[in-house]
Design a protein around this ligand. Sequence first.
Ligand code: FE
Ligand code: FE
Ligand code: ZN
Length: 276
Amino acid sequence: MLHIGCHLSASKGFEAMGRTALEIGADTFQFFTRNPRGSRAKDIDPQDVQALRQLLAEHHFAPLIAHAPYTLNPASADSKTREFARQTLADDLQRMEYLPGNLYNFHPGSHVGQGAEAGIRLIIDTLNEILTPDLHTTVLLETMAGKGSEIGRSFEELKQILDGVKENDKMGVCLDTCHVHDAGYSLAELDDTLTAFDKQIGLSRLKAVHLNDSLNPPGSHKDRHAPIGQGTIGTEVLAGAINHPALKHLPFCLETPNDLAGYAREIALMRRLYRP
Ligand code: FE
Ligand code: FE
Ligand code: ZN
């Protein structure tokens, strides 16, 4: 069975996201842990989370993806920026304990001129400070398009981060189809790309896929998502991704520019194209 959902707004609470997911035919979803620009998080209502957990169990949802604010930068040269990232990530992981067994995805960061090696070192240090053996969440590094000085534009960079983290079994990777395409990996030749991933990182580390088309050509390092079939990747190649033997068991999450009706259509389309 295909596990697929989309990014949902958390503004009406946890249970409301679960109900919305069911309405649009999803059995997983992604949400921001707080305002995507990184401000304070709302207090968690334990009853609301409990109601969501019950709904997820009843309807056999695949793991959910919580997404960190994308403005965090644990690779910054500025110690205040790094400290803010560390505190926010640590706080998010504490909050994730209300939803044990799910995924927490973040953008590794940007080295802003210090060089990737220095940035990678700082990301490792942050992860080693915040990951503790008692956490019940898998933390995912997202594959990045390589816009500006973004770290995570290659499988090698992600591997270097993973290698440095002590609580290694708490770490995984989320593959974003738009980002890897924009980074220069071919989705049309998905076997080759996944072989490269397996050699560097190991396919067992891959825990989720962001399913997006791209507005830009391969290797453009842009990161602009397009609706399924309206970009340079195309429906056929994305259908190849959901059906690939190394991927087809994973949760797929749409982050395409869409309203809920558009997401419902894309989910239905992908379910039609899935070969069980
Ligand atoms: Fe992301
Ligand atoms: Fe993404
Ligand atoms: Zn993106």
